[in-house]
Write a protein that binds this ligand. Structure first.
Ligand SMILES: CC(C)(COP(=O)(O)OP(=O)(O)OC[C@H]1O[C@@H](n2cnc3c(N)ncnc32)[C@H](O[C@H]2O[C@H](COP(=O)(O)OP(=O)(O)OP(=O)(O)O)[C@@H](O)[C@H]2O)[C@@H]1O)[C@@H](O)C(=O)NCCC(=O)NCCS
Ligand SMILES: Nc1ncnc2[nH]cnc12
Length: 489
């Protein structure tokens, strides 16, 4: 696996930029301390050696930690104000909190010590009336900050210039690659944060435009029965279901994980009923309720005891939850034999076993083509989520809308989308879709006007052909959800 060079896309800064920025930081801190004279002020930045202090990847790194720190601190007390600044000399954040200086400093050190990226952060804690000196780690009972390279006292290594910059940068690149690339680490978030992230994922997918054939604020795509407001209502109706799935995973005991799926299915059916209620009977998120509900339950299980699970472990839990799905829901019910009926009429295929009739697109496609749809994706551990979704989201540059459009189109070619096949009537549509996506990428993707114009023209083509990438849209929702939990969004 190639190590990502997070400094490659950055601009070098000069010493005078660093000194000027330090004056700016002190001014911000003084202003906050004067304005909130009885509160504690926290200043957060990265410890990045060398002349490149900012880049898209360095921002990802900062925001992954910044969001987690804010969440941890808000469990202590509500932040009175937070300030985020994207400076030439690096991303920085400040917040004011109504807790004792010593308590906040201890929480900051715990963050630097325990969070996977924590050692790359520098968190200063101050109040207007604190003693002139800063509370040191030793005074608070913590060991001194350790060097990234040799684990000796970091201050000593910095003072003596023991390690050269390239070794430090290589080490930071490795930490970034371990956290975001090889096997993304997902911090152990609380139920509220997880449910909000899942709801955000549904809303963010819906408002991203132009999505070929799908509903967005500009076009209803190939859907006469729903619009963007159906998706807003539907998304908001799911938040409690997401909380139940998370709780079910967190409290699940034992390792028979198929039982965890059985535990959430009644809630899923209820959520499906609520969805149909708020959409006047239209299927907006049936697939999402299934796949995202399972992913949340799997993450809840994988993050129990406050562990920060790797994405691959969460995907293994998903796969173990769905181990019997294809067998129970499809193979046992629909076993096309290709036999003729008793009069030898080859047109009327008869079925071994019970005479179930497919009642959904997924069941029909299993019977006709042995395609396993979303059940197969779950049984496979939602692999495209990491190999395509998160990879594209991490590597995409530009606005969130641009990044999500690129991710949607990359996902569209990495799954067998049952809604596309249902609407077209033949799995061959997948090859055509691959060609459309290649054309989109050849025109520069969503970063370029040509790419966005092409998406708009594809939307028209999908409308004429009544096509919709509902499965790819669901995978985008899953990707946004994990992207939010890992700081990519
Ligand atoms: C297991 C179920 C999902 C059963 O559904 P089904 O048997 O139909 O299985 P699939 O067809 O395989 O998938 C169903 C939905 O999953 C999405 N999807 C499809 N392919 C993939 C894929 N490869 N990867 C991930 N997700 C996939 C897709 O959902 C989205 O599209 C739907 C909207 O599209 P549209 O064409 O508009 O659908 P309709 O309105 O039905 O058609 P029209 O009338 O408009 O023509 C929307 O659902 C999106 O989410 C597939 O549709 C599961 O639902 C189930 O068993 N439910 C029962 C209750 C339950 O157990 N629930 C709780 C589970 S924890
Ligand atoms: N935006 C969207 N339009 C149509 N079907 C969807 N399924 C999930 N998101 C969708």
């Amino acid at each position: 696996m190639e190590i990502v060079d997070i400094f490659a896309e950055g601009c070098p800064v000069q010493l005078e930029d660093v000194l000027k920025n330090r004056d700016w930081r002190v001014a911000v801190q003084d202003h906050l301390m004067q304005h909130f004279s009885t509160s504690t002020v926290v200043a957060v930045k990265l410890n990045v050696p060398g002349e490149v202090k900012n880049s898209p990847s360095i921002k990802q790194l900062f925001f992954a930690g910044w969001r987690l720190l804010l969440s941890k601190m808000s469990s202590m007390a509500v932040q009175k104000v937070t300030v985020e600044a994207d400076r030439l000399t690096g991303p920085e954040g400040f917040f004011v909190i109504n807790r004792e200086l010593e308590e906040v400093k201890k929480e900051a050190i715990r963050f630097e010590e325990h969070f996977f990226l924590g050692r790359l952060f520098d968190i200063d804690v101050m109040t207007l009336h604190a003693p002139a000196y800063q509370l040191s780690r030793q005074e608070l009972g913590f060991a001194p900050r350790t060097c990234l390279i040799c684990s000796e006292n970091a201050k000593e290594c910095a003072r003596s210039g023991k390690h050269d910059i390239s070794a430090l940068r290589d080490n930071i690149n490795q930490i970034y690659t371990d956290y975001f690339v090889i096997d993304p680490v997902i911090p152990a978030w609380d139920q509220e944060t997880v449910a909000k992230a899942a709801t955000f994922a549904c809303l963010a997918e819906a408002v991203t435009w132009p999505k070929p054939g799908l509903v967005d604020p500009v076009s209803n795509g190939a859907h006469q029965d729903m619009d963007i407001y159906s998706f807003l209502d539907s998304s908001l109706s799911l938040e409690n279901y997401f909380k139940k799935c998370f709780e079910a995973g967190r409290t699940f005991r034992g390792d028979q994980l198929t039982a965890l799926l059985s535990t959430i299915r009644p809630s899923g059916r209820f959520a499906e009923g609520r969805m149909f209620q708020v959409t006047d009977g239209v299927n907006t998120h049936k697939g999402t309720i299934f796949s995202l509900g399972i992913l949340i339950a799997a993450y809840g299980y994988a993050s129990r005891n406050e562990q920060s699970p790797s994405l691959s472990f969460v995907q293994t839990v998903v796969s173990r939850m769905g181990a019997q799905l294809v067998e129970n829901d499809l193979k046992e019910k629909f076993s096309p034999s290709g036999l003729t009926d008793s009069k030898g009429d080859a047109d009327k295929k008869v079925f071994k076993g019970n005479a179930n009739r497919p009642s959904t697109a997924g069941e029909q496609q299993y019977q006709d083509y042995q395609l396993t749809g979303v059940r197969g994706e779950i049984a496979g551990g939602l692999r495209p989520l990491s190999t395509v979704g998160l990879k594209t989201l991490r590597e995409s540059r530009g606005t969130t809308r641009v990044r999500l459009l690129n991710t949607l189109m990359a996902l569209a070619t990495s799954i067998t989308d049952s809604t596309m096949i249902k609407r077209y009537g033949d799995p061959k549509i997948s090859q055509q879709l691959n060609q459309w996506v290649q054309e989109f990428e050849a025109r520069g993707g969503a970063e370029s006007k040509g790419g966005q114009d092409y998406l708009a023209s594809l939307d028209q083509a999908f409308i004429e052909k009544n096509l919709s990438m509902g499965g790819a849209a669901d995978y985008l929702i899953l990707t946004i959800f994990i992207g939010r939990l890992t700081g990519l969004l």
